[in-house]
Design a protein around this ligand. Sequence first.
Ligand code: MG
Length: 387
Amino acid sequence: MTADSSPLAPYAANEAASRGRVHAEPPPVLRGEYQRDRDRIIHSTAFRRLVYKTQVFVNHEGDLYRTRLTHSIEVAQIARTIARALRLNETLAEAICLAHDLGHTPFGHAGQDALNDCMKPYGGFEHNLQSLRVVDELEERYAAFPGLNLTFETREGILKHCSLNNARQLGELGERFIQRRQPTLEAQIANLADEIAYNNHDLDDGLRAGLIALDGLREVPLFRRQHEAVLERYPGLQGRRLIHEVVRRMINYVVTDLVETSRAALQAAAPASAEDVRKRSAVLVQFSAAVAAEHLELKNYLRDHVYRHYRVLRMTNKANTVIRSMFDSFFARPELLPDEHFQAAKQLEAKSGEIGRARAVADYIAGMTDRYAIVEHERLFDPAKRS
Ligand code: MG
């Protein structure tokens, strides 16, 4: 039995078999280990900053769009439903989802691309790896260790992708990328819950922003099917209630498919433990082939009509300018950094030269919220603003 009082499947991640924390700690008294991870994530500074970080739309464009905080909560909520339906560890899945975007830059995907571009000569910038860096090193909250000292399983789930080069430097955590193995089922769920959440909320936000319209979306089978079903049941329904009714059914449809397909895959493979799951070369949490194809169609539609809409591209362009110019200035003259970050730059530079200095600048920029980045950019370049 778990803290959630439902019996776990034998292949669920089980904290009794956890690979533990880097710094040994006494076990929690009132909570389980993964509950402790989740709570540490929620109390972190990086988690609170997610409220002012963009998903697709810049934070000041409107109060109604998703931010990284609401995105992370939606991902966790979808993952918990799937984990519970499959008798997997709901708390671990939740912890992974709440932490998965902690390393994200300001200005959404645009910011990540811009910072990665700046960091190309110095080892690159990858937001999954940065999320890990936040929970392993950058958070300063506990007397006994740097970072949040999370369990191996939560850290394994946070590291969704990783280049081979980086994997070689990560020890046990990087092994699966080298050996082409899989993480726990809870981590596999977090990956797909992320996709389900952003496909559906970016559609919703895209409609709200007027970048796309219902008529055009009817090209997308996943949308069209639910749209028709809703109008058949509620003829004349319009506006926000129509959109939300369609979107919630779309989520329900793909989640149900995911649970049924994964349940069948688990039955067929019958892994004896979470370790058994890790040894496999292919994932077990998956959509049916038909739904995977439809999901991809939706994603492509959003890419062409939302992420490449000229209004979004203008934002991308501004983000690029802001991040590039800040990076270049701070890298050339680290003494322009606020003192704490200047000290970090000196320390990292003493250890690994220019690569270290660049990393400290990237840490500072990645930690910024959208509005902090805009203000900091003004303080650097607008002579009329206070420095
Ligand atoms: Mg995400």
